[in-house]
Write a protein that binds this ligand. Sequence first.
Ligand SMILES: *Cc1c(COP(=O)(O)O)cnc(C)c1O
Length: 481
Amino acid sequence: MSEDTKPRIKQTETLDPKDWAAFHADAHRMLDLALEKMMTAREGRVWTPFPDPLKSRHSKDLSGAGFGPEKTQSQIEALLPYGVGNTHPRFFGWVHGSGTPSNLIADIAASAMNANCGGRDHAAIYVERQVVAWCRDMFDFPETSSGLVVSGTSMATLIAVKAARDKVQAFSARQTGMSGTKLVGYTSSEAHSCIARTFDILGLGTDALRKVAVNDAFQMDTDALQTAIQADMDAGFQPFLIAATVGTVNVGSIDPLLEISKIATKHDLWMHIDGAFGACAILADGQKAKLDGIEAADSIAFDFHKWLHVNYDAGLALMRSEETHRRAFAANPDYLKRADEGLAAGDPWPVDYGPELSRSFRALKVWAQLAEHGPDKLGRLIDQNCDQAQYLAELVDAHPKLKRVAPVDLNICCFVYNGDEALNEKIVIRLQTDGIAAPSTTRINGQLAIRVNITNHRTQYSDLDLLVAEIIRIGDELSVV
Ligand SMILES: *Cc1c(COP(=O)(O)O)cnc(C)c1O
């Protein structure tokens, strides 16, 4: 065949399935397995360590030809039993939401649409705006507020604190950087590390985040806050932000928001709320009074994947001033030019409110959770968890071998089994490795404690009876030498 008799049409390749019927069957099989996993969430072990053969399978190099569809799917299926355990009713570690079966449906739809939600004019943008508006109303924020659905509270904190930092410098740091500033901010000694991390990432430095002492209830001591602000001003520093916590990670305490907001107003400081899980208690009739003052904040960072049980991951940066929010992030390069019509319409775009351009349609699963279950039921489940934490506190207080080490204000109960720290640590590890339950540990006033956090819509009171009985059984067993 000579050069000019070669066919002109070249063969093309695609990543679509060669055999759609087989793909259909595979997809249905995975759906059945996923549903089975969710239907049986209460059964079996809480956590199972990832087995060695699978660890070694996942440490092998990738061959040029890949695995093909069957082997790939079978290897995905093999992962299903080895989650963190947070779908189980006796997962009580750290702060994890437990997810919902119906969020699976939203995830499938979002994946099929494969929308890039950095901007442009398409359905997902309107869904995200509705999520932001619903949250704005939840916290009684004004219509001029704005928000961005992000991966979680860490990212939301970064966005909020950057806006606060830029505003106090009339947005000049966006061009000139951070050299020579003496900005300082305040949070309590119980605050989550994501606030210090934000100070690091934003070039403020972690030293510029002052850790204010807490009172006996683990809430920020506002006298100490006043003193720290005054001392910094006297020393030539420039206070710009107070980050209050609604639901501290150790014990679930809530900083005194009304007093903090007065101090923030007096000194013209930005009031930020880390409400990762606790802010959602605004939906719970039995808890919301504890959050009085949150509506005065300049920004709130919180998670949908914790107490609203949206499947990982999703959080929100909610900002009182849309203008400040946009001025802290917007930039308009030619290739992202807006139009009045067509696909490039729909200004403002999410990219104007945060560091990410390409973004998934994360807002859909949030929207679906709020839309299907409604704020009333989601709030009742938060009250249920708080009541369960009180119930656990009663069990602990009634048991001669257990001692509570912190008050229970929301959903976290910290206590120790009668014995040393090493024993308490061992009890928690045994509960986890035996698959019985998964609390975690923390330090309360320097002392190691068993920490039970209940952000779990599947937990029943009997799960807490079982937890206490097993702690006593294991503790007694390990105490006999
Ligand atoms: C979980 C948590 C965070 C961090 O949130 P992510 O969603 O994990 O980034 C921050 N603050 C508190 C109080 C938390 O509980």
